[in-house]
Design a protein around this ligand. Sequence first.
Ligand code: HEM
Length: 226
Amino acid sequence: MHLNPTWRATGQAGHRADVLNDERPDMQDAHYGQVASLLHWFIGAALLGQIAFGLLLDEIAPRNTPSRGAVINLHKSFGIALFVLIVLRLAWRLGHRPPPWPASMPYWQRRAARLGHRALYACMLAVPVFGYIASNFSKHGVKLFGLALPPWGADLPGVYAFFNGLHVATAWLLIALIAGHVLVALKHALVDRDAIHRRIWPWASGARAPRRTDPLPPCGEPRWRR
Ligand code: HEM
């Protein structure tokens, strides 16, 4: 069920954002919207597939074998498509307020979660961007699902190696961040047994998070921030 947010007037302007969220009992079971949730699960699964594809490139098509070029280009094409989806997801996230944290969640955990999510977004963007830049400093360039995109950089093995090194390093950082993200979600579901993990389920019910275009409460009333 989608409820429009109702703003409770307490006249206590200037509270910290977390305190204000705790004043929103109507939002304690709030969840992400369906688009955000579907993008989350689809991109999550696609990222795992793309990471596995990258790590198995040498097994699937060993270097200097005829299939190597086609397989690498498939990895590049999937990576660029994934990048477009990640940008879309980030744009959606910036246009829609996430649901507030439940009152039971300590302040340090909220800070840590915000930091972790920002690092995940940064890495999700950095991995394909470094891969793409690297590829443009190689004579092979990129064939996007068969369409040759001529490289805009010169064939410079040193520059290629530098950006490819960043591509690999950020991919490993992304793997670590995803592992941490999953472990924390499992802890919430199995140990804390709170409702955090349900906020991102596509079939979750409860109040939806307000859009940025929803009217804000009049001046002096608490604002819902995260
Ligand atoms: C989110 C998207 C992407 C992910 C998660 C990803 C992940 C990976 C991983 C894990 C590897 C193997 C690293 C290793 O050797 O340990 C790899 C290799 C590679 N990736 Fe990506 N990648 C992505 C997008 C791209 C894009 C967009 C391009 C280029 C347009 C690209 C180009 C390459 C190349 C050329 C290699 C092989 C490097 C080599 O062994 O010479 N990747 N990628």
